[in-house]
Design a protein. Structure first.
Length: 590
């Protein structure tokens, strides 16, 4: 009975996370509570994942990554790439992939991608190159680079820590390198030689053209006979009744931009006032008939002062408190002082009824606001403003300390003198003590959702083990494929894990598959470490669809379509599988 309950919970977790009914960390906590209430696990067993050393290690690595970002070390590397590449697109293509892969081997691949997106966009705009040619490769490069070391991804860290439950020695820092490095090199070579022809080269116009906003942005003139005369903008009901968003007002040459300039600041509407609005033509025609205003086919952007008003793209990053919330529930307009004109999500541009769409990781918002409000947005850890990053944002005088601390923590962990988790915790502490980042910035650097998810998945893995569910699945697989031998079974676990990473996060998929993989190795009387390494690689190489967070970060800025990732990602995954099947049994003999 308990086996059936646990297997139903596994299926339920996959369905709920795939449907995004609730955030993944909420789903993980729900599963944990069900396991305790049903008495499948004791309280101590259920919550033991929160005391696991892997959480300390992942959190510490993210804090150290924050130190590298805030001191401008990674930004400086990006500038060096741009200078060294010169006017050669091919050189910039390869250099950006190689550098992001090297960086991703030691920091979170999402953070590595996030560092390089503004750099790639800046270089592309300066040299008039299409950014879509470079953004997908850096996302792929960061994912491939993460397979090279223990700390390259949170998945590797979580699986390594879980090995202790099976009386197996955790993976060492560079134990992944003999397989991960060839995978990264082959992937980069493939993209540079063959894959580049499958990457779209999309021309980039103005932001209004890219988001097809010209049919939505217009002006309306308040006539002497209009029913809007004498009303405050907040009283007109333009948004509520006519679905028309007021961006600003021009009165006798004086310009007001909303919401930075409070909607009531111009006072009641007067004759000859010009309202800068966003709305569909049929909505505007309805407004004209109902209120007597005059529609003017003018470009709203002509009223925007480029020195004070910015139209920018903003990406929602993993861990943002906006995820799962709508623009309305977060009161985005008033909270940030910005108008959201459009939203780009997974190949679709959304302009109408934006306040009703729950936001997700990788969503790109086109915002309009004053320069000071956009500058405040840059300081946030959970949102990324695209465009050139002001150098003043970095603590450049601390860059040498950040580099020394980061490299020192890696060297100390590789020496084996102290446990790896202690080495990185020491590095994270020194980052704060040296002033590379503040305590607040350190806490903001940690992706708490990932940590809660991993802790919850540890509990589900424990339940699969203690109830015998993992052994039940292993016996089923052995009965189906056991006669083929250990190698085909090893290959099967790679593809099972790859497929599960599409609806689940990488770490969640790995921790769900690991108990069955270890039990299968036991039944076949082969090396369980070999199967654990294959599960790690299958979970880390999530390239077939763009739902990996690193890919979602480039989806919007590159204006990609779903199939753009499938074509290249599928072929790279196949190449990676061949490398894994050849090298993993070689270094970890069955």
């Amino acid at each position: 009975m308990e086996i059936a309950v646990v297997l139903l919970l596994v299926v339920g977790a996959i369905v709920l996370m795939a449907m995004e009914v609730w955030p993944v960390d909420v789903v993980a906590m729900l599963l944990l509570l069900i396991l305790v209430v049903s008495r499948i696990l004791t309280f101590q067993q259920a919550f033991s994942g929160f005391g696991d050393s892997s959480l300390i290690m992942i959190g510490s690595i993210l804090v150290m990554t924050g130190g590298v970002i805030h001191t401008g070390v990674a930004h400086q590397v990006g500038l060096w790439i741009g200078r060294f590449a010169g006017d050669s697109r091919a050189r910039f293509f390869v250099l950006s992939m190689v550098c992001v892969a090297l960086l991703s081997a030691f920091i979170n691949n999402v953070a590595a991608t996030a560092m390089f997106v503004p750099i790639v966009l800046t270089v592309s705009r300066r040299k008039q190159w299409s950014p879509s040619r470079f953004l997908m490769p850096i996302a792929f490069g960061s994912i491939l680079g993460g397979t090279c070391t223990l700390i390259g991804t949170s998945t590797n860290v979580a699986v390594s820590s879980a090995l202790a439950k099976y009386q197996l020695t955790p993976f060492s820092l560079f134990e992944f390198t003999p397989v991960g490095l060839p995978i990264a090199l082959i992937g980069i070579i493939y993209l540079a030689v063959v894959g580049k022809w499958l990457i779209p080269d999309r021309a980039v116009g103005s932001l209004t053209e890219d988001y097809r906003l010209r049919e939505y942005l217009t002006e309306i003139l308040v006539t002497p006979n209009s029913t809007l005369m004498g009303q405050l903008i907040s009283e007109t009901g333009l948004r509520e009744q006519y679905d028309v968003n007021v961006l600003g007002l021009v009165r006798e040459g004086q310009k007001f931009l909303f919401p930075a300039d409070a909607p009531t600041s111009p006072g009641a509407l007067q004759s000859k006032d010009i309202l800068l609005v966003e709305g569909r033509l049929e909505k505007l025609m309805h407004l004209k008939e109902a209120t007597g205003v005059e529609i003017k086919a003018e470009a709203v952007t002509k009223h925007l002062d480029p020195e004070r008003v910015k139209m920018m793209e903003v990406i929602v990053l993993p861990g943002s408190d906006l995820i799962g919330q709508t623009l309305e529930t977060t009161d985005f307009r008033r909270r940030f002082g910005l108008n959201v004109l459009a939203l780009y999500r997974r190949g679709r541009t959304l302009v109408e009824k934006l306040s009703r769409f729950p936001l997700g990781v990788g969503d790109t918002l086109l915002v309009l606001g004053r320069d000071e409000t956009v500058a405040a947005l840059r300081a946030r850890e959970d949102l990324m403003v695209l465009g050139e990053v002001p150098v003043s944002n970095f603590r450049r005088n601390k860059a040498h300390w950040a580099l020394v601390i980061f490299l020192g923590a890696i060297g100390l962990s590789a020496s084996g003198w102290l446990p790896v988790a202690v080495c990185f915790l020491l590095g994270a502490t020194l980052m704060v003590m040296s002033g590379c980042l503040t305590v607040q910035e350190a806490y903001e650097s940690i992706h708490w959702q990932v940590l809660v998810l991993i802790a919850g998945m540890f509990s589900l893995g424990t339940a699969m083990e203690t109830t015998g569910a993992a052994r039940f699945l292993a016996e089923f697989l052995v009965s189906m494929m056991g006669e083929l031998g250990a190698l085909p079974m090893l290959a099967a676990f790679f593809w099972i894990t790859v497929l599960l990473t599409q609806p689940l996060s990488n770490a969640a998929a790995a921790l769900l598959v690991l108990p069955t993989a270890i039990n299968t190795a036991g039944l076949l009387e082969v090396n369980p470490r070999t199967f654990a390494m294959m599960v790690c690689m299958g979970a880390s190489i999530s390239l077939i669809t763009p739902f990996e967070p690193a890919c979602l970060l480039v989806y919007g800025p590159g204006k990609y379509q779903f199939l753009d990732f499938v074509k290249n990602g599928g072929l790279i995954t196949l190449l990676a599988f061949c490398v894994c099947l050849a090298l993993i049994p070689l270094y970890w003999p069955l």
